[in-house]
Design a binder for this molecule. Sequence first.
Ligand code: PFF
Length: 455
Amino acid sequence: MEKHVNFGSRMGAIFAAAGSAVGLGNIWRFPMLVGDNGGAAFILIYIMCILLVGIPIMVGEFVIGRHTQSNMIDAFRQLAPGKWWRIIGVMGIGVAFIILSYYLVVSGWTLYYAYSSFSGALSNPDCDYGAFFGDYVANPWLSLISAVVFMLMTHLIIIRGVQEGIEKCSKILMPMLLLIIGILVVCTFSMPGINEGLTFLLKPDFSKLNFSVILAAMGQAFYSLSVAMGCLCTYASYFNKNTRLVSSALSVSSIDTLVAILSGFIIFPAVFSVPHVEANAGPGLVFQTLPYVFNMAFGNIPILGYIFSGLFYVLLFLAALTSAISLHEAVTAYVLQNWKMSRKKASTIVSACAMTLGIFCCLSFGVLSHWTIFGLTIFDLFDTVSSNIILPLGGVLLALFVGWYLNRELVRQEITNNGEVSQRIFPIIIFLLRWVAPIAILSMFIKGLIEMFNK
Ligand code: PFF
């Protein structure tokens, strides 16, 4: 079994955690929610959710991880021996494994689209983008190969370990991701739809705000920060004793929110530059609408469209990779610490099992599309159960555990680094964890359940 290792630098720790948070959700889901729900008014509500619910839970997870120096399951075993609280750890690692197996599939798509952009397939003026995507996902070999290649990349990073693998890669990939976003944002200023795009995104429309919108903002904040899934707890177990937990949580959330908002600056000016294009959400937008839009948006300078499209899919791929690394590590750390085996062996077992489930998710877009449970394909089932049920439930329990159960002195020592950091924020975090976060997430959870059964 490997001996416990910490991240070598504060920067490395923050980039790794930010890498987990910044993912596909920031780039395709956040901008759409903003556009549909009141523009800047939604951004404001979202930031409140991050501050009042997301950050306190993230700090709680950091406290648990750094104090126990363990994966999420063992962390709860240590902090509440023999108590049912350990279900939170089991849910966290379980959901990380499930998300990993379907995340692989979409991540594989990003890889294939980056390749197709650079090979020129996506800049062909005769390309029917809807059919291109449909044929690709229904082709069992092509989509499986993409997922396997993506899994191998993740695997190769994980087996190199915490410092040499995760930290080193995060320190390279995250700045690369931020640089690409910067370049793409600058490019959008040469698009004809820049003004309309920015107005759509930023004009505050407070009349659109209602309870549902607030809950949607919270759901997104929660998913976007990757809280309650074992990833951040595992990463915090590699924090050293000088890492400031609250300021790290603030840095990670700021990077995550910045990427989400900038993604809107990239997508909407492009969409508004091309007439008759609907800005619909999700895979349809990213894999069918956007390739077309990128191709057309630069009008008379097609080379710009080619570069823009290639960089955009590389951006998606990098975001997916850093998130997948954190999901993989959450499970691998548990396997290697519990079954006392080498990192290489543990990681191989996790990769093989996740890939096996991933195969079913992949095929659920083609030959297995008729396999449904409650009307959902395997892919949709994994996504719905993990994001709508296990995650919020884990979040509520985590907030209650840190807010009410965990020894207050222990939490104070962790948050203040044994008194080195100011104590002022401590009572605020405890209040938010005790009252605000559980009530807020429970409302979101109940609404999600009602919507699911009403479908
Ligand atoms: N936070 C990621 C996003 O916004 O896309 C998604 C994600 C990453 C979920 C890592 C879960 C996870 F463990």
